[in-house]
Design a protein around this ligand. Structure first.
Ligand code: SF4
Length: 230
């Protein structure tokens, strides 16, 4: 197990608000710190320099996960891939084949070094939900475009869109990197308060975006949109 300590700002069991396992129970572990500053960020508090965090060893995280009894684990942030030792930790997690680990990453960090080098996997139980930050975020220039070339069929690409231009940009990335052909999950998610879900559906109909999903962030409808720990 990795000797590193991981900076955790919160952990809780809730439902997956988005992604392929939306609606299912998930154990969320949120790590401190992010390298981006998205305009719509709803977890800015977790990225502050002076945020309160606890140090967890990989072993302790693993115990928490197995004791939770939850089979979907979401590592999120902030940006979880910034944590030193994360590569080794994910390799350890891959030993627990009956648990699904989803890494929510912001698209600016090369995910290839975090892929497993093992060749005995039929399907990796560690998957990546990769954001592509469109114009609404103000961070589009920070995207690591290599990620969209190497994304695998058990990974997901998520576009948070806030305007027609963002939808055009998402469509361009989907086509340029052949995301549909790669078989990864593709989600368009409205930037809360900036675009109506119906506008996204209208766009999907007009452009015939087959195999692309609209995704409403469930937790923003179930709980107060600003509530933490859900
Ligand atoms: S990448 Fe995520 S956590 Fe970081 S600033 Fe953007 S929305 Fe916030």
């Amino acid at each position: 197990m990795s000797d590193n300590c991981f900076r955790v700002v919160e952990h809780f069991v809730s439902i997956n608000g988005e992604g392929r396992r939306a609606g299912q129970l998930a154990y969320f572990i949120r790590f401190a710190g992010c390298n981006l500053k998205c305009e719509y960020c709803d977890t800015k508090w977790a990225n502050e320099q002076d945020v309160a965090f606890e140090n967890y060893t990989g072993e302790l995280l693993f115990d928490m996960i197995t004791n939770s009894g939850v089979k979907n684990i979401t590592l999120t942030g902030g940006e979880p891939l910034l944590q030193p030792g994360m590569k080794e930790l994910l390799e350890e997690f891959r030993r627990s084949r009956n648990i699904n680990f989803e890494i929510e990453t912001n698209g600016s960090i090369d995910i290839e070094p975090f892929f497993s080098k093992r060749e005995d996997f039929i399907e990796d139980n560690v998957s990546f939900t990769l954001d592509y930050k469109t114009g609404a975020s103000g961070m589009e220039k920070s995207m690591c475009l290599h990620n969209y070339e190497i994304v695998r069929n058990n990974d997901t690409v998520k576009f948070v869109v806030g305007s027609f231009q963002d939808l055009e940009s998402a469509k361009d990335v989907i086509e340029r990197y052949h995301l549909i052909e790669k078989g990864c999950g593709i989600f368009l998610s409205p930037c809360f308060g900036k675009i109506e879900p119906k506008q996204i559906v209208d766009y999907m109909v007009e452009k015939k975006l087959n195999e692309v999903n609209i995704q409403l962030q469930l937790h923003k409808y179930i709980w107060d949109p600003d509530m933490k720990g859900v």
